[in-house]
Design a protein around this ligand. Structure first.
Ligand code: NAD
Length: 319
């Protein structure tokens, strides 16, 4: 019997990469749910999942995680991988209420659904942003958490909700804290995608601050391998695990690497640092190595080249 995996946010960046990998694996039946949230174009998301249409091991439902009736329409499920969210720090500062409704309300609704259906495994997409401004690098799951954006605080709330449901109802809850994910299909609001697009089109790239901020960029296939390990993890009932690359790259270095990938110089539009953005992210991945046998293997140069070739193939839908 194939394991039946519900992926929320299935038409998004990470969701669609995960579907591809699970279907290639062959041991899974995948149920995708997405409401095509208007944060970025529906056409991009439809393109992300177009290649799975007609696959007998995949079924897609258009629906909203906040509506129990949309969840009730789904077939049998063994594991929930919950990726749907109002993503991004800046939009959450503009509209914190909707961010809370979707991220926290939607997660609670899914946990209620898991309880009702006796679904015993729940993998949740958390975020490195829960650490806030943490000088204590690399960031360990044991560190103190002080989020500095509404988005980050919703992710932390969801981790705590997961703990409640694992404690009360025995639902295994694994919160995976993703560190800046990039690769084919990356969201158009994220730096790497925005920078490639602008540089290729000869437009200035917005650079917030002096370029010294740094991020632990993690290639999407590495994140997908961590999610897949979490789908099968059974050693404990509740865990919070960093999924990063354990390498930090300064914004100025990232721009140099993108210029090299596409063979064009960037025109820089320097802007003030953004409220809610943290100066650095840096994952300690010892726990992921131990519990999930997680070993990220894609370096930045290879990952950027892979993003670039995807971008060139699909850019007709990017504009
Ligand atoms: P994405 O925006 O590409 O995917 C999220 C998907 O969720 C979208 O397709 C959207 O339409 C869907 N969605 C939004 N609201 C919904 C709702 N109410 N009901 C059903 N579907 C809904 O984002 P992504 O980059 O693939 O991120 C996936 C998850 O990983 C998110 O939870 C995000 O917060 C988290 N995360 C991402 C990163 C990153 O760098 N991309 C880093 C940390 C955490």
């Amino acid at each position: 019997m194939k394991k039946r995996i519900l992926i929320t946010g299935a038409a998004g960046f990470i969701g669609s990469n995960l579907i591809g990998s699970l279907l290639r694996d062959g041991r899974y039946y995948v149920i995708g749910l997405d409401n095509f949230d208007a944060f970025y174009p529906r056409a991009d998301k439809e393109e992300n999942i177009l290649c799975f249409a007609g696959n007998d091991n995949f079924r897609f439902y258009e629906g909203d995680i906040r509506n129990m009736s949309d969840l009730d329409a789904l077939g049998d499920i063994d594991v929930i991988v919950h990726l749907a969210a109002k993503a991004g720090v800046r939009p959450s500062i503009k509209d914190p209420v909707i961010c809370q409704e979707v991220n926290v309300g939607g997660t609670q609704n899914l946990l209620e659904f898991a309880k009702k259906r006796n679904i015993s495994q729940f993998v949740f997409a958390s975020s490195s942003s829960v650490y806030g401004i943490n000088q204590n690098v690399p960031w360990s799951e044991e560190d103190k958490l002080l989020p500095i954006s509404p988005y980050a605080s919703t992710k932390l709330s969801c981790e705590m909700l997961g703990h409640v449901y694992s404690h009360l109802y025995g639902i295994r809850f694994l919160a995976l804290r993703f560190f800046t994910v990039y690769g084919p299909g990356q969201r158009p609001d994220l730096a790497i995608h925005k920078f490639f697009k602008s540089i290729i089109n000869g437009q200035p790239i917005p650079v917030f601050g002096d370029g010294s901020t740094s991020r632990d960029y993690t290639y999407v296939d590495d994140i997908v391998s961590g999610i897949e390990a979490a789908i099968s993890y059974e050693a404990s009932i509740f865990e919070i695990i960093n999924l990063g690359n354990h390498q930090t790259v300064m914004l100025s270095e990232l721009i140099d690497a993108i210029e090299e990938s596409c063979g064009k110089k960037a025109v820089i539009d320097r802007l003030p640092e953004q409220p809610g953005d943290v100066p650095q992210t840096f994952a300690d991945i010892q726990k992921a190595k131990k519990l999930l046998n997680y070993h990220p293997s894609t370096d930045l140069k290879t990952g950027l080249e892979s993003f670039y070739s995807w971008y060139l193939k699909t850019r007709d839908v990017q504009n």
